[in-house]
Design a protein around this ligand. Structure first.
Ligand code: CTP
Length: 402
C-alpha cells in the first residue's frame, strides 16, 4: 500500500482522474488529489474528495489549511503523479516554479515523479514543451506518453491522456521495489573516462561523465548485487549513489589511466560473476609524458601516441566463466558497429548507442541524462530501447539480461 499524490491540471481529461482514484483505492492505495485552478473548471473537487476520502486542494493558504501543509503532503507522498499534466504544468515543473499547491508540493518533495501529459497536438509538438519534458526526464521523472486519437478540440493526433489502465500500470511499477534478481551476484562495472598525461599539468581525455555506468550500478544494487565499481575520474564525473540499505554493497575504486583501470579490474575479476564495461577507455596513451611542465614554443609539436591497454579485452582473456556486457558509443551506423563489436570482442551482450557528432547536441550518449539504443546478445537477439532516462534504460537492460 502506498500514498499516491495526484496533481491534476487543466485538461478536458481531468474527469478521468476520478476513475484513477477509484482504481487506486480498490488496489489498496491511499490517493489524494491536488488541483490547479484550471483543473477545478474541468472536474469537481467534491468528486475527487469523495472518491479519495481526502481533501482536494489548490491553494497553499486558506481558512482551513495549515501553513505547512505543502511540506506535510510532500513528505506523505510515496509517489507524485501529474495526470493530466498540461503544457503549463510541464513548464512550471521544469522551471521549478512554486505558485500553487501542486507545484509547491512538487518542489518540496523527494518522492519520485510520474508524468502523464495531455494537451492539443500542436502544443504537444512545440519544441519548448518537449524541452520541458526532457528536462523533467533528465531529473528522473517517468513519463506515461500521451496517446494518439481524436482530441476534444476536434483534431486527430498525439496528445490524449494515456488510458487510465496504462497510468495504473506505471504507478504500480514506480512503487514496486525492484525484484532481487541479482541477489548473490557480484558484478564488476567499469565507468567514466580514462585520461593520459601529456606532462605534469596537461592531459587528454574524452566527454564521458560516467552517468550510464552509475545508472547500471544503482539498478544492480537495487536488485541485490554487490558491485565493484572501477571509475575513471575527471572533473564533473558522476559517482553512483547506493540506494538506502545497499551502501555496503558498493565498492568504489577510482583510477585515472587505462592501465590503472585494467589493473584494478583484473584484481577484482576472480571475485565476480559478470562484467559491465561502460567505461570510455582512451584507446591511445601518450608515449612519453613529460615529468615537468612543457614550455611554450613557437613551432608546432607532435605528440607520440601508442595504443593503450584494452581493459575489456584483458578481462575477457583472463575470464573463467564470467559473462560480459559491453557498451559502444557510435557516431555512425550504430547497428553494424554494435553487432560487429559484440562478435569481435566475444561478448554475451552489447548495448550500442549513438553519440552526437562534434559540434552538435544530442539526447543520447555522453554527459546527458537520457539515452536510447540497441541491445544485442550473442544468441542473436536484438532489442530496441526507446529514449528514456539512463535509469530507465539501465532498468530495461537489467530486465533483459538478468
Ligand atoms: N573498452 C575497453 N578498453 C579499451 C577500449 C574499449 O575496455 N581500451 C571497452 C569499453 O568499455 C566498451 C567496449 O570496450 O565496453 C567498446 O568500446 P569502444 O571504444 O566502442 O570500442 P573500440 O574497440 O575502442 O572501438 P572504436 O574503434 O570505435 O573506438
Amino acid at each position: 500500500m502506498a500514498n499516491i499524490l495526484i496533481a491534476v491540471s487543466g485538461s478536458i481529461s481531468a474527469y478521468k482522474i476520478a476513475d484513477l482514484v477509484s482504481e487506486l483505492g480498490k488496489a489498496g492505495h491511499q490517493a489524494q488529489c491536488l488541483l490547479t485552478a484550471s483543473a477545478r473548471e474541468f472536474v469537481s473537487p467534491l468528486v475527487l474528495e469523495t472518491l479519495s476520502g481526502r481533501p482536494a486542494r489548490s491553494e497553499i493558504f486558506g481558512p482551513d489549511v495549515s501553513g505547512t501543509e505543502h511540506i506535510e503532503l510532500a513528505r506523505w507522498a510515496d509517489l507524485l503523479v501529474f495526470a493530466p499534466a498540461s503544457a503549463n504544468m510541464l513548464a512550471r515543473l521544469a522551471l521549478g516554479l512554486a505558485d500553487d499547491l501542486p507545484s509547491t508540493v512538487a518542489l518540496a518533495s523527494e518522492a519520485p515523479m510520474l508524468i502523464a501529459p495531455a494537451m492539443n497536438t500542436v502544443m504537444w509538438e512545440k519544441p519548448i514543451v518537449q524541452q520541458h519534458l526532457a528536462t523533467l526526464v533528465q531529473r528522473g521523472a517517468q513519463v506515461v506518453q500521451p496517446a494518439s486519437g481524436l482530441l476534444a478540440c476536434g483534431e486527430i493526433g498525439m496528445g490524449k491522456l494515456a488510458p487510465i489502465a496504462e497510468i495504473l500500470t506505471a504507478i504500480e511499477r514506480a512503487i514496486t521495489p525492484a525484484k532481487p534478481d541479482l541477489a548473490g551476484q557480484r558484478i564488476l562495472i567499469t565507468a567514466g573516462p580514462t585520461t593520459t598525461a601529456i606532462d605534469a599539468v596537461r592531459y587528454i581525455t574524452n566527454h564521458s561523465t560516467g552517468r550510464m555506468g552509475a545508472a547500471m550500478a544503482e539498478e544492480a544494487l537495487r536488485r541485490g548485487a554487490v558491485v565493484d565499481y572501477i571509475l575513471g575520474t575527471d572533473k564533473g564525473v558522476v559517482r553512483p549513489v547506493a540506494p538506502r540499505g545497499a551502501e555496503g554493497r558498493l565498492k568504489l575504486v577510482e583510477v585515472r589511466t587505462a592501465e590503472e583501470m585494467a589493473a584494478a579490474a583484473l584484481e577484482k575479476l576472480p571475485l565476480v560473476q559478470g562484467i559491465v564495461a561502460t567505461a570510455a577507455v582512451m584507446d591511445y596513451a601518450v608515449a612519453a609524458p613529460s615529468a615537468s611542465k612543457l614550455k611554450r614554443a613557437s613551432e608546432a609539436i607532435a605528440l607520440d601516441l601508442v595504443p593503450s591497454v584494452d581493459v575489456l579485452g584483458s578481462l575477457r582473456k583472463a575470464a573463467k566463466g564470467q559473462w560480459f556486457l559491453g557498451f559502444a558509443a557510435e557516431t555512425d551506423d550504430v547497428e553494424a558497429h554494435g553487432k560487429g563489436k559484440l562478435e569481435a570482442k566475444g561478448l554475451d551482450f552489447l548495448f550500442a548507442n549513438e553519440v552526437a557528432r562534434l559540434g552538435s547536441a544530442g539526447q543520447t550518449g555522453f554527459a546527458v541524462n537520457t539515452n536510447a539504443g540497441l541491445l544485442f546478445s550473442a544468441r542473436g537477439e536484438r532489442h530496441e530501447l526507446a529514449l528514456g532516462s539512463k535509469a530507465e534504460i539501465a532498468r530495461q537492460i537489467w530486465d533483459l539480461i538478468a
